[in-house]
Design a protein around this ligand. Structure first.
Ligand code: EPU
Length: 340
C-alpha cells in the first residue's frame, strides 16, 4: 500500500520535534508498491527526495520542498540457521530496538551493545550505527533495496556497502538514490561479549552474571543516564562525530591535555572524544535561546522547547568555531542537516 500526503507536518517525524513541512510525504509498505508508484507517477522522479525513517538523526532548518519517502516495510523473519549462526531479515520500517530485543530474547548474539539506539532498520546500514565498541557492519550480511533512478531491486553485500565510522555507500554515492527495504543480519548462537568500552563491564556486573539480557540492561541503563529520551526532550543523539586525527596531532593535544580520551583506529590515526572537547570548552549544560547543550553528555544538543532548526544549527556552529579556536580540531556533524 502507498499513501501520499501533501504539505505534511514532519513535527512528529523528527526527534528534534521541528515543525517543518514536506511538500509531498509518501508512506509505503512493500518494495513492489514503491516501484509501481514511481512507474505510475513519473513526474515524482524529478522531485528532490528524502528518505526518512524515525527521523532520529536529522535536523530540518527549513520546509522540505520535495518528496519525503517513509518506508513502513515490516517483518522480522528467520531466513536460515545452523548450529553456529542465524540469518534474520528485517524490514526497513521495523524499529531497531524491537529487533535487538527480539534477538536477545532468542539468545542470538551480536546486537546487544546496540540496545536502545533510536531509529528504524532502514537507517541502520546507511548510518552504520554504533555504540559501546560495536558497529552495525559487524552483523550485516546484505542490504536490499531499490535504486530509484532505475526502479530496479538491488542488493549489496557487506563489502559493497563501504562501511566506515557512521558512514556507508548509501550516505555517499547512493544518497537519496538507493532506498533500503530490508537488511539481512547474521547473529551468533555463541557468546562473544564485547564489554571493554568504558564502564560497560562494571555496569553489567551490577545486574548479575554476564549474559545477553544483562548486557542489554546495562547498555540501556548507561544510555538512559546520559542521553535524553527524545519523546520527552527533542534531540538527535550525538550531534557531532568523534573526530579522527593523526597520531601526531593527538600527541600534541595530549601534551596540553593529558586526560583527553583517545581511541586508536589504525593507520596512524586516533579518534578523540568530541564530548570531552566540548565540555572542556565550557559548553556542557549551556543554553542559548530555546536550545542547550545537554548537561550529561556534551555531544548532544537539545530543543528546550519551541526551538527552530536554525537556532539548533546556530548553536552547533558556535560550538564548532569555539572548539576549532581552542583545540585546533574541526568537528563534523553526525546529524544530517536538511534545508537552507
Ligand atoms: N566525555 C566527556 N564529556 C562529555 C561527554 C563525553 O568528557 O560531555 C568523555 C567521556 O568521559 C568519555 C568519552 O568522552 O571518556 C566518550 O564518551 P561516551 O562514552 O559518552 O561516548 P561518546 O564518544 O561521547 C559515542 C557515540 C554515541 C554512543 C557512545 C557509546 C559518536 C558520535 N557517538 O559517544 O552514539 O552511544 O559513544 O558508544 O560516535 C549517537 O551516535 O547518536 C550516539 C549517541
Amino acid at each position: 500500500m502507498v499513501h501520499l500526503s501533501h504539505n505534511f507536518s514532519l513535527k512528529d517525524n523528527n526527534t528534534f520535534g521541528i515543525p517543518a513541512l514536506a511538500k509531498h510525504y509518501l508512506t509505503v509498505d512493500s518494495s513492489d508498491d514503491i516501484i509501481s508508484f514511481f512507474r505510475e507517477n513519473p513526474l515524482v522522479m524529478n522531485e528532490n527526495r528524502l528518505f526518512l525513517g524515525a527521523g532520529s538523526n536529522i535536523l530540518f532548518v527549513s520546509d522540505f520542498n520535495g518528496l519525503v519517502i517513509h518506508p513502513e516495510i515490516s517483518g522480522i523473519c528467520l531466513i536460515s540457521e545452523n548450529e553456529d549462526n542465524v540469518i534474520i531479515e528485517a524490514g526497513a520500517g521495523e524499529v531497531w530496538d524491537h529487533f535487538v530485543a527480539f534477538c536477545v530474547e532468542n539468545g542470538w548474539h551480536g546486537v546487544e551493545n546496540l540496545s536502545l539506539i533510536p531509529g528504524n532498520i532502514g537507517a541502520v546500514p546507511v548510518q552504520n550505527i554504533g555504540a559501546y565498541g560495536i558497529e552495525a557492519e559487524s552483523v550485516i550480511l546484505e542490504v536490499k533495496g531499490i535504486d530509484l533512478n532505475t526502479l530496479e531491486n538491488k542488493s549489496f553485500t557487506k563489502d559493497e556497502c563501504n562501511f566506515s565510522y557512521r558512514n556507508s555507500i548509501f550516505k555517499e554515492k547512493l544518497k537519496e538514490q538507493f532506498l533500503v527495504t530490508s537488511v539481512m543480519f547474521v547473529l551468533s548462537k555463541h557468546p562473544n561479549f564485547q564489554l571493554k568500552y568504558g564502564a560497560l563491564e562494571a555496569e553489567v556486573n551490577k545486574f548479575g552474571e554476564i549474559n545477553l539480557l544483562n548486557v542489554r540492561k546495562a547498555v540501556i541503563a548507561i544510555r538512559e543516564s546520559k542521553l535524553p529520551d527524545p519523546l520527552k526532550v527533542g534531540n538527535a543523539g550525538s550531534f557531532f562525530k568523534n573526530p579522527i586525527v593523526s597520531n601526531a596531532a593527538a600527541v600534541e593535544l595530549k601534551k596540553r591535555y593529558p586526560e583527553l580520551p583517545v581511541y586508536p583506529v589504525g593507520s596512524g590515526q586516533v579518534k578523540i572524544a568530541a564530548g570531552w572537547l566540548i565540555e572542556k570548552a565550557g559548553w556542557k549544560g549551556k543554553s542559548v535561546g530555546n536550545t542547550a547543550v545537554h548537561d550529561k553528555q556534551a555531544l548532544v544538543i537539545i530543543n528546550t522547547g519551541g526551538a527552530t532548526g536554525k537556532e539548533i544549527l546556530n548553536l552547533s556552529e558556535m560550538i564548532v568555531a569555539d572548539v576549532l579556536q581552542k583545540f585546533n580540531v574541526q568537528l563534523e556533524r553526525e546529524v544530517q542537516v536538511n534545508g537552507d
